[in-house]
Write a protein that binds this ligand. Structure first.
Ligand code: M6R
Length: 617
């Protein structure tokens, strides 16, 4: 959470930084701010509460002339410490106004540092943890006159997870940045260098990037960059080339990124599958554990948050079925503070789009402390969670800018299946021709999802009808249960509507009391040709709902005539194997939530109070 960008080069820094912030706004939009080292030798700062548009309006109003220079930085905030106001907006400055810092993360010992600063007579002007760093940095710089050294000195005093970017008016040609457990990449251009939370901030200028390691400091100038650890020893990052182009980070004619990302789901699935079935075997992207370790697994935990957790719930059905292993799916934030029984023969699958979700990262560390093997499923190359894992499978969904996860959910489900097949293959619980058949079924999914996408107009019409609903319930069984949870989550986060997902069998154990005439209930029907017993049970649930006058919105396999008479509204999806049904039945729910949000006048890409990467616990 929080997006940061820094620039030193030959262009107008304000322009570069504002464009970069525009691409990082998915990380937070509580406030935005910029600092530019001006040609007059001053540090000019402007910051404003609210979205980036507010900052731009402010700059347009006051004129940008005071912020002309070729080095600068910016920040877009997801508030943790201090309300989303102008005074809490970054950059934060020291008392002289010559040093500025932007920060992503939480400085956990800020209260102690604040007390210490106040005892020394420093007057703090914001409620943030970040401002303490500004004052400490200024004091360190005053005593050594070396900005990288000052940053290293202060970083050693900070606890928690943080990325900092620091400028000083006395050092007009350089910017210093540091990271601990929060993302930071360097963009390597020609006569210009960048630092940012994400390559999206500088992709229009360069695709050559360097991922910083844990506890590293980087100094960028026009001509180069230099990395050290927090003690000043030379260090190196991990260079990489960004293989997606700028259009992937643009809306491509859609009103919202999320709508584009929903449309990109067939290619997200195809790209996630590509290159993972070679010579009749499933292969992962990175494997720092040997095949015997995979063979010896006797238990699986899946840990994740939010939508990724729902994808993990789907994984449970597949891994148990294919591998004959016990699988527990846990919210990472709960797993991390329990005493789960883990050992060397436990496989922990950590699923995270961003690869930087703090709850999931801490769950990974908790698992590793107990010697479990960790396999990460991640959409962000080189992020912290894959770096700390024993094996990695990337979802190649491309950048997801909309805060609500869509294409990465489908890609995660596919990646989960690949992991299940890889383990089944290693343990010998599936013959190679069976693995090949399952893989071929996965390869047919992009076409099936494309077919669902051809029905979005019908779903949008339903969205218009439901725009004024107060409550929507979602029911499913088996793999339809996590789909119900995901449908409810999408509606909550996008349309701010009270929505709940239930296992359909639980209806009679309590939620049935919520039913009243007209209440919309979305039912995810299993295939009548798959597990007939599940289909029959859900048909009974639909009768129970109708008997109470509630409205049934049914997602069912095309040609399932048995359900038609009982559906107030029927949305058909193509027939696919049972385990793969979430890949088709989730899509209408994403479209439905987006349309209801639009009808209610909400920003689909930037739901209130949320951020794309949740780097705090
Ligand atoms: O980056 P991650 O996959 O670890 O993020 C996990 C959740 O924060 C995320 O899925 C969140 O629930 C989304 N807003 C859902 O749309």
């Amino acid at each position: 959470m929080c997006g940061i960008v820094g620039y030193v080069g030959h262009r107008d820094a304000l322009d570069v930084v504002l464009h970069g912030l525009g691409r990082l706004e998915y990380r937070g939009y509580d406030s935005a701010g910029v600092a530019v080292l001006t040609s007059a030798g001053t540090l000019a700062v402007t910051r404003k509460a609210g979205a980036l548009a507010n900052l731009i309006a402010e700059l347009d109003g006051t004129g940008r002339a005071a912020l002309r220079g070729t080095a600068g930085m910016g920040h877009t905030r997801w508030a943790t410490h201090g309300a989303p106001t102008d005074r809490n907006a970054h950059p934060h400055r020291d008392a002289t106004g010559r040093l500025a810092v932007v920060h992503n993360g939480i400085i956990e010992n800020h209260a102690q540092l604040r007390a210490e600063l106040e005892r020394e007579g420093v007057e703090l002007t914001s409620d943030t943890d970040t401002e303490t760093a500004a004052h400490l940095l200024a004091a360190a710089y005053a005593s050594c006159g070396d900005l990288p050294l000052a940053v290293r000195t202060v970083c050693r005093r900070l606890h928690g997870a943080f990325t900092l970017v620091v400028t000083h008016a006395d050092e007009p040609d350089l910017i210093v940045a540091a990271r601990r457990s929060s993302p930071l990449v360097v963009g390597v251009g020609s006569g210009e260098h960048f630092v940012a939370s994400d390559v999206a901030a500088f992709i229009e200028h360069t695709r050559d990037a360097v991922e910083l390691g844990q506890d590293q400091v980087v100094t960028i100038t026009r001509d180069g960059y230099r990395i050290t650890d927090f003690h000043g020893a030379p260090a190196s990052g991990k260079p990489f080339h960004v293989d997606w182009d700028l259009s992937a980070a643009e809306k491509g004619g859609h009103d919202y990124f999320m709508l584009k990302e929903i449309q990109e789901q067939p290619s997200a699935i195809a790209n996630t599958l590509r290159g993972h079935f070679i010579d009749g075997r499933i292969v992962l992207d990175e494997q720092r554990m040997d095949i015997q370790e995979l063979r010896d697994i006797d238990k699986v935990f899946v840990v994740a948050c939010g939508t990724a957790y729902h994808s993990g719930m789907v994984a449970k059905y597949a891994i148990e079925h294919w591998c004959r292993l016990p699988v527990e799916v846990e919210l990472a934030s709960e797993f991390r503070y329990r005493d789960p029984v883990l050992d060397r023969s436990t496989l922990v699958v950590a699923i995270s789009q961003s690869g930087e979700t703090m709850d999931t990262l801490e769950a990974v560390r908790h698992a590793k402390d107990q010697k479990a093997r960790v396999l990460a499923i991640c959409n962000t190359n080189g992020a912290q969670i894959p770096r700390e894992s024993d094996a990695v499978l990337y979802t190649h969904a491309g950048p997801e800018i909309g805060v609500a996860a869509t294409k990465t959910f489908l890609a995660q489900i596919v990646a989960n299946f690949l992991v299940g097949l890889a383990v089944a293959q290693a343990r010998g619980t599936k013959y190679s021709d069976e693995v090949a058949r399952e893989f071929a079924e996965l390869e047919a999914m992009p076409a099936a999802v494309t077919q669902v996408l051809s029905t979005v107009d019908q779903v949008r019409e339903l969205g218009r009808e439901l725009a004024d609903a107060k409550v929507v319930l979602f029911l499913g069984r088996h793999v339809g249960f996590p789909v119900a949870l995901e449908g409810a989550l999408k509606l909550k986060e996008l349309a701010y509507m009270h929505a709940e997902g239930f296992a359909a069998g639980e209806l009679k154990h309590g939620p049935i009391a919520l039913l009243e005439p007209g209440l919309p209930v979305v039912v995810i029907m299993p295939s009548p040709k798959g597990r007939a017993v599940l289909h029959a049970k859900l048909l009974s649930n639909i009768q129970e709902i109708r008997a109470r006058g509630a409205r049934t919105i049914v997602i069912a396999e095309e040609g399932d005539e048995t359900v038609r008479p009982y559906a107030s509204h029927l949305l058909e999806v193509p027939a696919v194997p049972t385990l793969l049904q979430p890949l088709v039945s989730t899509v209408p729910l994403q479209v439905l939530a987006a349309e209801i949000a639009r009808q209610r006048g909400y920003d689909v890409d930037r739901p209130r109070n949320l951020a794309k990467s949740v780097t705090v616990e």
